[in-house]
Design a protein around this ligand. Structure first.
Ligand code: SF4
Length: 315
C-alpha cells in the first residue's frame, strides 16, 4: 500500500547474487541493491512492480550482500568494470540501513577492490558514513534526489523522506568534505512540480549551496504509477489536470499500459529548455556524465567496458 502511516516491517533475506547490469534509456552501468522495498513511499516510484506488491510495507535487507559482493569481485578481478551505482531500485540509506549497515559494508568492499561508485539517495543517514566517502572522494560521488522544496507537496508525494532543509544540511557536509555532489530533480511531475517557480526554487537553493551538477527527468507513467499519481492529484486538489495528463502522455483513461509512457516532446522541450537555461545562467552543468567519466578515468584497470557481457542478459 502506497499511502500509509504504518511503519514497514524489516526482515532479512539471503541473496544469490548482488552485482548487476542495468539500463536506463541510453545509460548503462552496474548496480547493487542492498535492500528490496523502500520506506520513503514515493508515489511516483518506478521500482514498484506487480511482482513486489509489498514494496512500501516490507523491507528486506540482503544480509549476505557484502560477502556475495566480495566473492563476485574476486571472480571478476581481471575484468574491466563500470562504476557501480548504489542503488537502482531502492534507497540504500533508508531507515533499514541504520539497523543492518549492509550498504556501509558493501561500500567498504568496493573500496577494498578500488571500485569507483556513486550513490543515489534522499536520506540523511548517509552522513553516518561521511568519513568513508571523504577518504575516497576522488573515486565516488553522491546524487541527491530532490523533487521539491515545498514541504506540503513533499509530504504528499514522498511522505517517508526527510525535509529538504535537512537534506541540504547533509549535502553541505559532503561538499565541505570535497565529495562531488549532483542534485537530481527527478521526476518533474506535471502540474505538481513542473512550474517555472517550482523548478527555479530547487535550482536556486542548489546554487546557494554550491552544487555544480544538476540533472532532471520528467515523470514516466504506467498503470500502477498512474493510480498513485491520480491519488496525488486528488490530495493536492488538482484532479482537474487529469485531462491534461492524457494529452501530455497520449493516453485515454483508464491507463492500462504496463510499460512506461514518456511525456510528449513539446512538453519535455518546454521544461528542459527552461531548466537548462537557468542552469547555464548559474554556471551549473546539466547531468552527471562528467562525474561518471571523472571517477572512471581514475582507475584505468577498471575502465568502462560492457563488451564482455551481453547487456540484455542482466536486465
Ligand atoms: S526513494 Fe527511490 S526507491 Fe525509494 S520509494 Fe522513493 S523512488 Fe522508490
Amino acid at each position: 500500500m502506497w499511502y500509509s502511516d504504518k511503519a514497514p516491517t524489516i526482515e532479512r533475506k539471503y541473496s544469490k547474487s548482488i552485482l548487476r547490469y542495468f539500463k536506463v534509456g541510453s545509460h548503462i552501468g552496474m548496480t547493487i541493491n542492498p535492500y528490496q522495498g523502500c520506506h520513503h513511499r514515493c508515489g511516483y516510484c518506478y521500482a514498484t512492480y506487480k511482482w513486489s506488491p509489498d514494496f512500501y510495507d516490507k523491507i528486506y535487507g540482503k544480509i549476505n550482500a557484502p560477502e556475495i559482493l566480495e566473492s563476485e569481485l574476486n571472480k571478476w578481478k581481471n575484468i574491466s568494470m563500470l562504476p557501480v551505482m548504489i542503488s537502482s531500485a531502492t534507497d540504500a540509506y533508508q531507515y533499514a540501513e541504520a539497523k543492518f549497515g549492509i550498504t556501509k559494508k558493501c561500500i567498504q568492499v568496493l573500496q577494498q577492490f578500488q571500485i569507483p561508485f556513486y550513490v543515489f539517495t534522499k536520506s540523511c543517514l548517509i552522513e553516518r558514513d561521511l568519513n568513508l566517502f571523504r577518504n575516497y572522494n576522488t573515486n565516488c560521488f553522491v546524487v541527491w534526489s530532490i523533487t521539491t522544496i515545498d514541504e506540503k507537496v513533499k509530504r504528499i508525494i514522498e511522505p517517508g523522506t526527510p525535509p529538504t532543509s535537512r537534506v541540504f544540511e547533509t549535502i553541505s557536509k559532503f561538499l565541505d568534505s570535497g565529495i562531488k555532489c549532483c542534485v537530481n530533480i527527478d521526476p518533474i511531475i506535471p502540474f505538481v512540480t513542473d512550474s517555472e517557480e517550482h523548478i527555479l526554487s530547487v535550482v536556486d537553493l542548489c546554487h546557494q549551496f554550491g552544487i555544480r551538477y544538476i540533472s532532471g527527468s520528467i515523470l514516466r507513467l504506467r498503470r500502477d504509477i498512474w493510480i498513485r499519481i491520480r491519488e496525488i492529484l486528488e490530495l493536492l486538489g488538482i484532479s482537474c489536470s487529469i485531462e491534461e495528463y492524457e494529452k501530455i502522455f497520449g493516453f485515454r483513461e483508464p491507463l492500462m499500459n504496463d510499460n512506461n509512457l514518456s511525456a510528449s516532446t513539446a512538453y519535455s522541450d518546454n521544461v528542459f529548455n527552461f531548466l537548462k537555461y537557468e542552469l547555464s545562467r548559474k554556471n551549473i552543468e546539466f547531468g552527471f556524465d562528467k562525474l561518471i567519466k571523472c571517477i572512471s578515468n581514475l582507475k584505468s584497470e577498471y575502465a568502462i567496458s560492457t563488451k564482455q557481457y551481453r547487456i540484455s542478459e542482466f536486465i
